[in-house]
Design a protein around this ligand. Sequence first.
Ligand code: GCW
Length: 677
Amino acid sequence: MSTADTIPVHPAWLPDAAFAPLGSRRVRVALGPDAADPVAATVLDEVRRATAAHGGALVTDDGPSDVVLRWEPDAPAAGFTTTRTGGVTSVVARDAVGLLHGLHALVRAGEAAFGADHPTVVDTPVAPVRMLDHWDNIDVHPVMGQVERGYAGGSIFYADGRVRDDLSRVAAYARLLGSIGINAVAINNVNVHRTEARLLTDGLSDVARVADLFRPHGVRTYLSVSFASPVVLGGLPTSDPADPDVQAWWAAAADRVYATIPDFGGFVVKADSEGQPGPFAYGRDHADGANLLARAVAPHGGTVFWRAFVYNHEQDWRDRRTDRARAAYDHFAPLDGRFDDNVVLQVKYGPMDFQTREPVSPVLAAMPRTRLAVELQVTQEYTGQQQHVCYLGPLWSQVLTFPLADGATRDVASIVAGVPGPGADAPPSGSTPTGGITAVSNVGDDEFWTGHPLAQANLYAYGRLAWDPQADPVALLDEWIGLTFPGADRRVRDTLHTLMDGSWLTYEAYTAPLGVGFMVDPGRQHYGPNVDGYEYSKWGTYHFADRDGVGVDRTVATGTGYTGQYPSPWRETYEDLATCPDELLLFFHHVPYGHVLHSGRTVIQHVYDSRADAVDVVTAWVDAWSALRGLVDDRLHARVAERLAEQVRSATEWRDQVRTYFFRKSGVPDTTGRPIH
Ligand code: GCW
C-alpha cells in the first residue's frame, strides 16, 4: 500500500465530532412512502452513524425520542420545516431529500437546535437546480492537466484513462454535496475532448456507476457533451441542427442514456466558444443548437444547460472597437424567447471570465423570457489557484443580491430562483425546474479535497448560498469554521476568521486594480502577475495603460458602448465617471493617473498604496497561523503554512510588478516613498 492510500481523506465539514449534539440524542425517523428511496437509506445511515458515535439511538417505532425526522405529505415541495415543541425537535419534509437536508440543518445548528427557544423555521431552497460542474478530463491533457483549472490534484472520477474502479472518493464527495443541498453535478469538462465525448455512448455504464453514488444524496448526474457528437461518435457527415438524421441521432442517444440512468439530469454544452464545435458552422444560431439537444432529452424530463460564454478569442488587439465584454449579450439577448422550456442558459456572473471583480453580466437582465442560471467559479482560476487564501463568499453574495434594474425587487437571486421576469410568460407547467445556479468545482483527489485546506470553505459557502442567496457570507464562514474545527480553541476560530473574512478584498488589493481584470501570466496558466501578458493578444482582455492613464472606455459616449447593455439605473451609473463605483472604475473608463477616486485618492496612489498594504496584511497571516501549531491537525497546519508562505511570495511579486509597472508608465512617484524597482 502506498503512503497515499494510508492517509485518511479529510472529512471537510462533516467530521464525526460535528454530529455530537444530534448523535447523543434519541432520533426517531418516520420515512413514510419514501422508505425505499435511496436517499431514505442515507438519512437512516447518517442517524445510525451519529448515534453510534455519540451514545444516542435511532428510534424507528413510537418509542420516546428527543428528535423526530418525519415525512409529511403537505410539507413544502422542497426543503424542510424545523420546530421545537414539548422538548422535542422535529424536522418535517415532503420527501427523503428534504429530510436529509433538514438533518444536516440540525447538525449545523448544533446544540442550538435543541434549545427551548429554537424558533420554527421553514427552510426552502431558492435555486431549484444547485449544480457543480467538473472540468475533469479522463485523459491527462498536455496543457491543462487532468482537471482543467483544477488545483487539487487529479480527478476523483477518472484515473488511468477511464472511470475509476474505486469510486469511494466520489461517494464521500456526494455525501458532502448532499449535506449542503447541492442537487446536480456535471462530471466532465465542458471542453469535451475525444475520449470524454464517449461517456455519452460507450461510457454509459460507468456514468451509471457514478450516478448510483450521487443518487442517495439527492444529487442528479449530468454530462457535458460535444455538439459535434453526431459526427465524432455517430459517423454522420454533419451535426447541423436542421438535419433530421442529426435530430434522430440525438434522440436515440438520449433514449440510451435514460434507459441506463432513468433520473439522468441532462446535458451541459459549451458551443462555438474557445474552439468548441457549435451551430455556427451550419449557419444556425444558439437557440437552434440548444433546442436540438433539448428536444432529445425533453421526453425524459431532461434539461440542457447551454453556456452563454461565447466570444471571439481571435481578436485583433489593434482594433479598439471590439469588446469581449459585449459578446454574451450581443450573441444571446436577441434570442430571448426562442429557447425551449427545458433549456437553461448558463451565464457567467460577469461579462468577462470569473475575474476577481467584474460588474454583473447584463445578460441576466436582458432575457426575461429565457430560463437563466448564473455560473460561478469555485475553483480559484483567477483568485489565487488554491495557493492563496481567498474566501469567495462575499463576492458571490454581492453578485446574488445585486438589483438588476431600477427600484426593482428583481435581483440576481430572483433569476436564480426562476421568478419570471417582466414580460415573461408564466413559468411552464412541466416538471422541469426554472432558474438555477451552477459553479465550477474546486475538488480533486488531494487529501484535503481542495489543495488549500481553507478552500473547502468556498465549496461550502457556494452550496449554502445556492440554497439561500441572502445568507450572510461571513456567518457562513463562521458556520464552516465551527463544523470543520469542532470544539477548537477560540484562538483557532478567531484566527481563521481574521485570515479568511476579508481575504477576497486583500487578494484584489494586490492584483489587478479597480476592476480592470486579468494581468495574470498566460505562461503560467493564469498564475501570478504579468501586467502586459494579455495586452497585445487575441483574447480580448486589455487594460490599455499608457503614459497618461489606464482602463477600458466602455461608455456609450466615447467607448465600446457596453454600458448601454444595462437597464437603468446601471447604464447611467456606469457611464458617468461621477457615479461609477471605484472598484469598477477601470472596467468602464480610461482615466488619467491623477483622476481622484471617491475615496479621495488618485488612481495611481491607490494602485501604489493598496498593493503595499495588502502584502503587509498577508505577511501578518503567517505569524497568526504559525501560532496555531499544535492546536489544529498537524498535516493541515503544515499544508496551510506552506501555502501561506507561497501567498506572501506571490503577493510580493504582484505588488512589486504592478507598482513598478505603473511607475515606469506614468513617471508619477509614490508619495509615501515606499520602494519601487
Ligand atoms: O476561464 C476560462 C478558462 C478555460 C475554461 C473557460 C470556460 C473550460 O480559462 O479553461 O474552459 O473559461 O469557462 O469554458
